[in-house]
Design a protein around this ligand. Sequence first.
Ligand code: NAP
Length: 342
Amino acid sequence: MNENLRIAVVGATGVVGREVLSALLDRDVDAEQLTLLASERSAGEELDYGEETLEVEQATPEALKGQGLVLLATPAEVSRTLAPVAQAAGAWVVDVSSAFRSDGSVPLVLPGFNSELLDAPLKGRVVALPSAVTTAIACVLEPLRRAFGVAQVQVTALMGVSSGGNAGVRELEQQTAALLSGREPEAALFPQRVGFNLVPQVGPFLANSPWTEEEAGWTLECARLFAPRGEVPVVAGTAVQVPTFHGHGLSLMVRLKKPAPVEQARAALKGAPSLKVLDSPGEKVYPMPSLVTADPTVHVGRLRSFPQAPEWLTLFATVDNAGRGAALNLVEAGARLADRPA
Ligand SMILES: NC(=O)c1ccc[n+]([C@@H]2O[C@H](COP(=O)([O-])OP(=O)(O)OC[C@H]3O[C@@H](n4cnc5c(N)ncnc54)[C@H](OP(=O)(O)O)[C@@H]3O)[C@@H](O)[C@H]2O)c1
């Protein structure tokens, strides 16, 4: 990235924010270019950045002035407040929260999928990113769609507790310690105990709806991403909070528009740069959250079909939720925006 670009990472102390710093370091962004921001709770905290130590400041309108790029890794309600402030101050803004994903006036961009939107004329200076689960779904569906067409997808997303940020990680640590000591822990962030349990609710339910916001998000975000390709697969499923820390696993049933032998489907997936195919079950090789951490690709494997319904393909995928599913999207989209003429 241009060495004169000033970059603010807002939410730098969070699960995603820390991954953003790691991705910026990988791109050799100089510490001098960075401003790390978070809530007033973290003001004065110090974070490592390579050999350097950077101090976190409170995210105020003043702190957003003079920035060329603002990467928002903050809760949705915070992004709703800060994005317009950063935009008005002249910065390019990329937001990883759900705040703008359903806002038709804000482009929804998945780098590597529809990055070209970042070069097109834009109404404003704010760009939204899809969720980590949508990132994985889109990466798996696109090569299948190109090869065979995709009509419908059923998803069960098994989501590690880092989807709930630092507080989610702490809650599983505390619950596990309590349970191993024979105590029944209280649920705080999560609606039910997640330690040694599975909770089929991630985040709040939509008002007057049996769907959670997370689940409805996959349907809506996939519709927005795929609509320009003239083919919108129906995506629906269940989000389950599971007692792992990092990485999401997705069990996917994909109805193709024409039957595809598994070998052909595997070949289509192998050709996609955003994917790594791990599919040698006889040798115990398949996607697992423990393998995907810090990997920029989505892992996919356990490909199956059955003769009675040859258009259905069953598979399993994993994604590093905070890395590929959030921080890399923020940094890659931000880098491309920052390359635009002012
Ligand atoms: N975790 C994931 O896997 C994932 C994946 C995709 C998208 N996302 C989205 O990414 C965003 C961040 O998630 P996370 O998991 O990193 O959460 P997190 O660990 O809870 O971190 C939240 C960050 O936001 C900061 N923050 C909170 N209130 C603020 C305020 N009023 N002003 C400025 N900063 C404030 C926090 O600062 P303090 O430390 O000072 O509280 C912290 O740095 C969320 O919108 C989430 O939905 C997360």
